[in-house]
Design a protein. Structure first.
Length: 386
């Protein structure tokens, strides 16, 4: 970033200097910081992805905490710079934190926050939208219409798949994966098969109860199964949605070999992280299997797509917007700001990062705690009793 860096400053006389590498939605997050004696500096530079050097310039000589974005590379260089500037708090404005080297943060005693919970339903809704859009070929049909090609109803025009009675497969049935599964099971009466390292008892109970309800009304009940291996999901499901974290175990989970085990007419949706799919292998698979469809919100080399992907009619691509609802994005900004504020003020860490609603109620003061600090244990931070 060529200096001078363009910055918007709020509460210039505040005691603590908090930097946000991007303008974030809403104003509540700014007000909450100002009320607690923070000077808030927001980088307004017209450059979408800031480099490490850009952020080092933003941190400067004195900085108590930084709110950053998932596009930034938070590792040794940034955490050491933050520590040199006296900072001990960082929060991603995201639930995923694969862009953060938590070990480096630990080394410099910097707390790392994330924003779980507030984006669960929003992200699941986009995954559900991509599933339906792919099944019913909505984007292809829209393009056809706008191109002036529609000249009357035809029995074969844009025939797609009926979801009802088919099987939805979820890989990574955590917060978002479970919310997506519930939407597809209840909304479309799909059967569920899921794979996760842990059992999702709540999800299983939900599907069981819904099946009982359907039975009581004389309808065919839905079913659920926890798969013993990912392969079972790949082989049995008609729609597969990916929701694991990105780490070494999930990098290229979907590759040439695993793609070949899926049904030829399956739908694959990815709203997790791009590198969970080997995108080059995916493009080849889409070319060879025109009835196979994908809905992608994330890409291996964001913001770029691998060659050929944009030309595939059987791919729907959107620019990482799964959490993009107003309520969610404002909530993410609030949680990220409160993570940083909590560490600066010496507040304890909230005991359950899955229960963040008390921080999001605009009509009451948020609890005096950091909503979600992923390295709280390693840093020995106190846990809130609330
Ligand atoms: N596209 C977007 O805008 C968004 C993407 N995300 C991504 O979604 C991810 C999941 O978010 P949450 O559901 O809140 O997290 P979560 O932690 O509740 O769920 C992740 C699940 O993945 C499972 N998992 C981990 N390794 C696995 C493996 N090898 N195989 C199968 N399952 C595995 C975990 O056991 C856990 O249940 C985030 O880490 C983030 O990368 C999240 C929000 C928005
Ligand atoms: O929160 C995340 O992990 C995202 O990808 C953006 O919402």
């Amino acid at each position: 970033m060529a200096k001078p860096v363009s910055i918007e400053v709020w509460n210039p006389n505040g005691k603590y200097r908090v930097v946000s590498t991007k303008p974030m939605p809403g104003t509540r997050w700014i007000n909450l910081l100002i009320e607690q004696d923070c000077r808030v500096e927001i980088c307004t530079q017209k450059k979408t992805i800031l480099s490490v050097e850009d952020i080092i310039a933003l941190i400067g000589d004195k900085c108590d905490g930084v709110i950053g974005q998932l596009t930034e590379d938070w590792g040794e260089a940034l955490f050491s710079a933050l520590r040199r500037a006296g900072g001990t708090a960082f929060s991603n404005m995201a639930v995923g934190y694969n862009n953060v080297d938590v070990k480096a943060a630990n080394k410099y005693g910097v707390a790392v926050g994330n924003t779980p919970g507030v984006l669960t339903e929003t992200t699941a809704e986009l995954a559900a939208s991509l599933s339906v859009a792919a099944a019913r070929r909505i984007v292809e049909a829209d393009e056809f219409m706008r191109a002036g090609l529609y000249d009357g109803w035809l029995p074969h025009l844009f025939v797609g798949n009926l979801l009802k009675g088919q099987t939805v497969g979820v890989i990574g049935a955590g917060r978002i994966g479970s919310a997506y599964a519930r939407m597809m099971v209840e909304g479309f009466k799909m059967n569920l098969i899921y794979y996760d390292l842990y059992q999702s008892t709540r999800l299983e109970k939900f599907v069981t109860a819904y099946a009982e309800f359907l039975k009581s009304t004389g309808e065919k009940p839905v079913t659920w199964k926890r798969a013993a291996s990912m392969d079972e999901v790949l082989q049995e499901a008609d729609v597969i949605s990916l929701h694991p974290v990105l780490d070494k175990t999930t990098f290229h989970l979907i590759n040439k070999e695993t793609l070949s085990r899926m049904k030829k007419e399956a739908i694959l949706v990815n709203c997790s992280r791009g590198p969970v799919i080997d995108e080059v292998a995916l493009v080849e698979h889409l070319k060879e299997n025109p009835m196979f469809r994908v809905g992608l919100d994330v890409f291996e080399d964001e913001p770029y797509m691998k060659p050929g992907l944009a030309d595939m009619k059987n791919a729907i691509v959107v620019p990482h917007i799964a959490s993009a609802s107003k309520w969610t994005r404002e909530g993410m900004a609030t949680l990220a700001a409160l993570n940083v504020l909590g560490k600066i003020k010496g507040y304890p860490v909230w005991s359950d990062p899955n229960r963040v609603e008390p921080f999001l109620n605009e009509n009451v003061r948020p609890p005096a705690a950091s909503p979600s600090i992923v390295n709280a244990k390693v840093l020995g931070l106190p846990v809130s009793k609330l």
